[in-house]
Write a protein that binds this ligand. Structure first.
Ligand SMILES: [Zn+2]
Length: 419
């Protein structure tokens, strides 16, 4: 089981770098361009060099890029990779697994002295989690030409601008250098990403691998209900304009509406009664709504139904309902041909082909705007918990993942006419 053990060992090697305050507690926190982040990137580069990549470099946003040429240097590249930053007190496999698996596959090609009809370009994306700066997916955005110039001036909680952080890390910190990272899609076959599932579906189904059919579309909103604060003792139940109860009813209605669909989800993650007191009927309640579905149409129907129902609830309870959309992301359905390549790769390693959609956002969502993409999910233990130190995979599953990645490469070689 040499691939599986290698992946587990490399994951530990990367996990030794954590930011000081967190490292003391034995926790893993690696946010954009901190010392721990730079050390993690340097280690990834070293792993790529040791594996035998032809070119290894750090680009202008801190991505670690390894290229293993095809039979000819001008052959198109298969693009793959994932992110190496983490959330605060995160897990060792979220993101990193999708960089380490293709490194192991390339190392295997090098050891067998094999060149493919296409090159393999592995990217360790420097940023995906949006922790230090509110610039989620900035690393993948640079590759698609969607890096927002305003991000450079953004400050972290210590007042350090992104540009200063880049320059401190030895990067140019200029828009010109970042613009040059944009990839020409005609030079790529497509983008594939391996990622830990971060949910319970594969674990509960006793399935090591799953093929992603779509990355969910999502809308996030901040909401408010405004009623009338009044005396909790003297106001009869039927004469109240209770803002909290209206928000609670809207929350429960959202749950029911999401349940009515296959694969829709709706979540109220924050819920507050500002300035509330034990003996006052809530005059105001603020809460959030996060609504996701596998397609844009399904998400739009979900959101529109929830909004209509929320209005009716507000009218019946004589409160005002305010809704402000703060985020909107389009669905990224997998490219069918690439999805089928993953399906054949999973079958080739002797596993059942199981398909699922991704509730979480991933780098592939950004690459989706410039080239065909499809993802492979790997089972997480502990019921798939992620963004948590309990995140875990087994060496057996890591072994199967590398084998499936190699099977995907074999499939591409075997069916060149399909490209
Ligand atoms: Zn991730």
């Amino acid at each position: 089981m040499h691939f599986g053990d290698t992946i587990m060992q490399w994951s530990e090697q990367l996990a030794q770098f954590s930011e000081p305050h967190w490292a003391e507690k034995g926790q893993l926190t690696v946010t954009y361009l901190t010392e721990a982040h730079i050390a993690t990137g340097r280690t990834l580069g070293a792993l790529m060099r040791e594996a035998g990549f032809d070119e290894v470099s750090t680009d202008a946003v801190g991505n670690i890029v390894g290229v293993y040429h095809g039979q000819s240097h001008s052959a198109p590249h298969l693009l793959t990779g994932s992110h190496y930053d983490t959330v605060r007190n995160g897990g060792k496999y979220d993101g990193r697994l999708g960089i380490l698996v293709p490194i192991a596959a390339v190392r295997d090609l090098v050891q067998r002295k094999q060149r493919l009809p296409f090159g393999i370009e592995v990217i360790g994306f420097a940023e995906e989690e949006g922790q230090r700066y509110r610039a989620t997916f900035l690393a993948a955005s640079a590759l698609t030409g969607a890096f927002d110039p305003a991000w450079l001036a953004q400050v972290d909680s210590d007042g350090v601008t992104m540009q200063q952080a880049m320059q401190h890390a030895g990067l140019p910190g200029t828009l010109e250098a970042i613009a040059a990272l944009k990839r020409d899609p005609t030079k790529y076959l497509g983008f594939v990403e391996v990622h830990i599932e971060q949910g319970p579906v594969l674990c509960e189904g006793a399935l090591p691998l799953g093929v992603v059919t779509s990355i969910n579309a999502g809308i996030r909103a901040t909401c408010k209900t405004i009623g009338m604060a009044a005396h909790a003792g003297t106001t009869p139940m039927l004469m109240r304009q209770d803002a909290m109860l209206a928000a609670a009813e809207i929350s429960l209605m959202s749950e029911q509406r999401a349940l009515a669909d296959a694969d829709s989800v709706a979540t109220v993650g924050q819920f507050q009664v500002p300035g509330g007191s034990i003996n006052v009927i809530p005059g105001e309640c603020s809460f959030t709504l996060d609504m996701r579905a596998p397609t844009d149409q399904q998400r739009d129907a979900l959101v529109s139904d929830i909004l209509k129902q929320a209005q009716l609830i507000a009218e019946r309870r004589q409160v005002k309902f305010e809704y402000t959309e703060v985020m909107r992301a389009a669905a990224a359905p997998s490219d069918l041909a690439w999805q089928q390549r993953w399906e054949r790769a999973v079958a080739a390693v002797g596993l059942p082909v199981f398909k699922l959609n991704s509730g979480a956002g991933h780098d592939a969502m950004k690459l989706h705007t410039s080239m065909p993409q499809a993802m492979l999910f790997v089972r997480g233990g502990n019921r798939g918990i992620s963004h948590n130190p309990l995140e875990i995979i087994t060496a057996e599953d890591a072994e199967l993942t590398v084998q499936a990645f190699i099977a995907l490469l074999d499939d591409l070689v075997a069916r060149p006419s399909e490209l």
